[in-house]
Design a protein around this ligand. Structure first.
Ligand SMILES: NC(=O)c1ccc[n+]([C@@H]2O[C@H](COP(=O)([O-])OP(=O)(O)OC[C@H]3O[C@@H](n4cnc5c(N)ncnc54)[C@H](O)[C@@H]3O)[C@@H](O)[C@H]2O)c1
Ligand SMILES: CC(C)=CCC/C(C)=C/C=C/C(C)=C/C=C/C(C)=C/C=C/C=C(C)/C=C/C=C(C)/C=C/C=C(\C)CCC=C(C)C
Length: 504
């Protein structure tokens, strides 16, 4: 029997991947319902407020807000539903504080960055330029084409005929990794370690396991569109997308946790559906899951056999660690006014990939003072941490372990911000357990990392799944982690679903 349809498309989750899919579809005329288990939109790109501070849940380093080319996907996603955001340009992407006093700032100005890195490695000046210039080649190919679904053959034909050289360039880089390109031009082991960190700090793996296409995006767009902080905090991006979705006729329901995806009956005539924690069942022509693929197939479809395609992917990719996050409010005196907004700290190269090895710091109030009470800064410090470290603890053991980890992180921060200790006003510690609980992500993972040396991006699954009319979007689909990357995944998914509904 045919079910009554509640919408053309149901999207599970309102992370940036889910919201971009939903807004793209609503803008093309589809009726869309987004079901979000939490109280606000945004997922890892959300926010929370405490004592006058507005903290970003995840990273504050935002790509995709440029005003030209095709790779400014956040700007474009907002524009599709007639929304726009004010942003503040960040003059330095990252200030690295690495072993052996390797202090490097990645300036927005490309030449200034190459000059600074070349001054530290004068014998490698030529290799440095060749490596980063090759990243530009990749970026220029991406930035020359319309970015939509690689699973939709009419788009592929169109884009190929419009720009064959860019497509062939991208096809050549798809199976490559950044480390292989770096080793073609650079010999100095310390500089190669620096390139590893340049990759690790966003891909959570060293250069030889980081896809070249993603490195091309990150290493070039930071100088092209630049890193730009959204006024009012990262959470504003999801707020604006949700507002645009509403205006385009879509709907978001909050506190709506999906517990099960109901696949189409074998007759093929019925619709696909979802069951909510309150027992309600909704049906649509298509369902898009913005939960991770591990959660989608491991929880929401746990009664179905795991499709072979997913088995293959799960053998090629594993869950990355989660994060230990320290959200601090500090007196302004702790932070020099000319400090960079983002910092990476590491004392020993052997610890780069270890539990709580590399430290990431974001001080978004250096760009947007409105996020903290007057005279105070936010210092968001986070470091990779595995779920296994935080399980099987009593409530008091968990509390004590959090406090001890926070103390150690603060001690390490003193190397860069010596006044921090005396200026502490507010502290909140998040662990992998917090990420799992509030973001609904398996083991609180930051996203997929390859189990071995990957073939660039070739092993990453696209949006279509082997369950009829079920699609996935977000950082466990091509091209992986990062707000601009999941925005691409949302554009691709929205386009593919719209095409299957006959809307494009
Ligand atoms: N700390 C960090 O910096 C951090 C951590 C993880 C991910 N990230 C980044 O965040 C982005 C992830 O974006 P994304 O689009 O993949 O999604 P997301 O994980 O940010 O959002 C998924 C959303 O789906 C909701 N959800 C999950 N299961 C649900 C269910 N069963 N029913 C209803 N709602 C459900 C969650 O509440 C969440 O709002 C990436 O850029 C990634 O790199 C950052
Ligand atoms: C037809 C033929 C022949 C062929 C075809 C080919 C083609 C066309 C191809 C295509 C491809 C494509 C389109 C691709 C795409 C891609 C993309 C878009 C990508 C993107 C990417 C992005 C990224 C990666 C980003 C990232 C970022 C991140 C992750 C960030 C993060 C951050 C953090 C965490 C950090 C923090 C730090 C501190 C604080 C310091």
């Amino acid at each position: 029997m045919a079910q009554t349809l509640d919408a053309d498309v149901i999207v599970i989750g309102s992370g940036i991947g889910g919201l971009v899919t939903a807004t793209q579809l609503a803008a093309k005329g589809a009726s869309v319902i987004v079901l979000e288990s939490y109280l606000i939109a945004g997922g890892s790109g959300g926010y929370f407020e405490r004592n006058g501070y507005r903290f970003d849940v995840g990273a504050s380093m935002i790509f995709g807000f440029g005003d030209r080319g095709t790779t400014n996907l956040l700007t474009r996603a907002l524009a599709a539903v007639n929304m726009k955001m004010e942003t503040i340009p960040d003059p330095v992407q990252i200030h690295y504080h690495l072993p052996n006093n390797l202090e490097i700032e990645v300036h927005r100005d490309y030449e200034k960055f190459l000059q600074e890195l070349g001054d530290r490695f004068p014998h490698e000046r030529e290799g440095i330029r060749k490596f980063y210039d090759e990243c530009w080649k990749i970026f220029n190919c991406l930035n020359a084409i319309e970015l939509l679904s690689l699973e939709e053959w009419r788009y592929l034909m169109r884009v190929f005929f419009q720009n064959p050289l860019a497509c062939l360039g991208l096809a050549a880089y798809l199976p490559q990794n950044a480390g292989d390109i770096a080793k073609r031009y650079i010999r100095d082991p310390e500089l190669l370690q620096f390139i590893d960190m340049e990759c690790y700090c966003w891909s959570v793996v060293p250069a030889d396991r980081t896809p070249a296409i993603n490195a091309g995006m990150v290493f070039s767009d930071r100088h092209y569109g630049g890193i730009n902080y959204p006024v009012g905090g990262v959470g504003k991006i999801a707020e604006k997308l949700a507002e645009g979705l509403d205006k385009a006729g879509g709907e978001i329901r909050y506190g709506a946790r999906v517990t099960q995806i109901i696949p189409k009956a074998k007759s093929g005539k019925s619709a696909i559906g979802v069951k909510l924690a309150n027992g309600e069942v909704l049906y649509a022509k298509k369902v898009v899951s913005n939960a991770t693929r591990w959660d989608t197939f491991g929880n929401l479809l746990k009664d179905e056999p795991l499709p072979n395609g997913e088995k293959g992917w799960q053998s090629r990719y594993q869950k990355s660690p989660s994060f230990l996050s320290l959200h601090l409010g500090v007196e302004a005196a702790a932070i020099p006014d000319d400090a960079a907004c983002h910092h990476i700290l590491l004392e020993d190269w052997n610890d780069m990939q270890n539990e709580q090895g590399t430290i990431f710091v974001s001080i978004p109030t250096l760009l947007d003072r409105s996020l903290a009470p007057e005279g105070y800064h936010i210092v968001h410090t986070f470091t990779p941490s595995w779920m296994s470290e935080w399980e099987d603890l009593s409530a008091s053991e968990y509390e004590a372990k959090k406090n001890e980890a926070a103390r150690k992180l603060c001690d390490r921060l003193l190397a860069v911000f010596p006044k921090l200790e005396d200026c502490l006003d507010y502290q909140e510690v998040g662990t992998p357990r917090s990420h799992r609980r509030f973001l609904g992500r398996a083991d609180g993972t930051y996203g997929p990392i390859p189990t071995g040396k990957p073939l660039g991006l070739l092993g990453m699954p696209f949006n279509r799944t082997s369950i009829p009319d079920l699609y996935c979007v977000g950082d466990s689909t091509f091209p992986g982690q990062g707000l601009n990357a999941v925005a691409f995944s949302g554009f691709a998914c929205g386009h593919l679903v719209a095409s299957s509904l006959g809307l494009v």
